[in-house]
Write a protein of this length. Structure first.
Ligand SMILES: [Zn+2]
Length: 305
C-alpha cells in the first residue's frame, strides 16, 4: 500500500523553475529520491530461527542486500541510512566485535548512520576500529565528542546532493546515562536533543537544503516526559522526515505530525532485527514545485531471493 502525502517545509520548492514539457519526464525522474533505511539491526546477520514465534525465518542480511540491490536496479537515486544500534544481540557481535556488521553494511553501500546506545557496548575505541571497515558517515548532533576517540569520525550533520536535491541529514542519540556503563562513554557530554535538532535544522535550511532528515535514536514515544520522535517533531521547525529507532517500533507506514509552525513532519521506524527495510520516496513535481512523500516498508521474508 502506498500513501502519497505532501512535504510542506521545502522552501526552495516554491521557486522551482518551469521546464519545457519535453524535458519534464526526464527532469521528474531526476527529482525522485528513494530513501531506504534500517534501525536496531542488532547484529542479526542470519534470518531469525525457523521456530521463532513471531518472525520465523524472517530478516537476514543477504535478503536485505538482495532487496536493496533490486531497488537500486530500478531507481537511480537511492540513499541508504541506519538509525543506530547496529551492535549487540547475536554471538557474531561477541566474536567479531562489530566488524562483521560494519563489513556487511559497507557491502550494501550504506551512506549515513547514527549512533545507538548499544553501539557503545564495547567502548568508543572498538566502535571506531570496527567502523574503519566501512566508508559511511556517522552523524550525531547531541553528543559532545571533542574529547573522545570519536571526535574525528562523527559529524553533527552531512549534506548529500542526489536526484537534483540538496539533502541535509543530522543525527540524534538517546541519553546514555543508565543505559551504557559510564566507562564506555567517558568524555561524552549529552546535549538536549530538541535544541540540538533546532540548531541543525536552522543550519541546514540556511545551507539551502531542499529536504532535512533527522536520523534519531531517541525512540518513537513514551508515557513519560522523555524526548521521543513525536515530541521532537512537535517541538521543532525545519525537519521534514525523522527516521527513528531505539523503541523497536514497527510502524506500518509513515506517521504524519505537525511541527511547531503547523507544518508536516513525517516519522518512520522499522522495528528491529533487520526484519524490515524502510522505504520513503520523495519526489519534486516540476510543474508545481511541490514535494510528495510516500512510504512502503517491506518485511524481509522468503519471497525475497
Ligand atoms: Zn537503542
Amino acid at each position: 500500500m502506498e500513501r502519497r502525502l505532501f512535504l510542506q517545509q521545502t522552501g526552495v520548492a516554491a521557486g522551482a523553475a518551469m521546464v519545457a514539457p519535453s524535458l519534464m519526464s526526464a527532469k521528474q525522474k531526476q527529482n525522485k529520491l528513494v530513501i531506504l533505511h534500517t534501525n536496531d539491526t542488532h547484529s542479526n546477520i542470519d534470518p531469525f530461527p525457523v521456530n521463532h514465534p513471531k518472525f520465523p525465518n524472517m530478516g537476514g542480511v543477504s535478503r536485505r542486500a538482495s532487496l536493496i540491490q533490486s531497488i537500486r536496479d530500478q531507481e537511480e537515486h537511492v540513499l541508504l541510512l541506519d538509525a543506530g544500534d547496529i551492535f549487540q544481540g547475536t554471538p557474531y557481535f561477541n566474536k567479531f566485535k562489530g566488524v562483521l556488521e560494519m563489513k556487511t553494511m559497507a557491502a550494501m553501500k550504506y551512506d549515513i548512520v547514527t549512533l545507538g546506545n548499544h553501539d557503545f557496548d564495547i567502548g568508543m575505541e572498538a566502535y571506531k576500529s570496527a567502523l574503519s571497515h566501512a566508508s559511511f558517515q556517522v552523524v550525531n548532533a547531541n553528543y559532545e565528542l571533542a574529547s573522545t576517540p570519536l571526535s574525528e569520525v562523527v559529524k553533527p550533520y552531512t549534506i548529500i546532493k542526489k536526484a537534483g536535491l540538496k539533502i541535509g541529514i543530522f543525527g540524534l542519540g538517546v541519553n546514555l546515562q543508565g543505559l551504557v556503563p559510564v566507562e564506555n562513554w567517558k568524555g561524552l557530554t549529552y546535549l538536549d536533543p530538541v535544541s540540538a535538532a533546532q540548531k541543525q535544522a536552522d543550519t541546514l535550511r540556511k545551507e539551502g537544503c531542499d529536504v532535512v532528515i533527522c536520523l534519531s535514536h531517541l525512540g518513537y514515544e513514551y508515557n513519560t516526559d522523555q524526548v521521543s520522535d513525536k515530541v521532537l517533531a512537535a517541538s521543532t521547525a525545519g525537519i521534514d522526515v525523522i527516521i527513528g529507532g531505539h523503541t523497536h517500533t514497527f510502524l506500518e507506514d509513515l506517521q504524519e505530525f505537525k511541527n511547531k509552525e503547523g507544518k508536516s513532519v513525517f516519522v518512520n521506524q522499522v522495528g528491529y532485527g533487520g526484519l524490515k527495510l524502510g522505504r520513503i520516496d520523495i519526489e519534486r513535481c516540476m510543474d508545481s514545485g511541490k514535494f510528495t512523500i510516500a512510504s512502503t516498508n517491506r518485511l524481509l521474508d522468503d519471497y525475497i531471493a
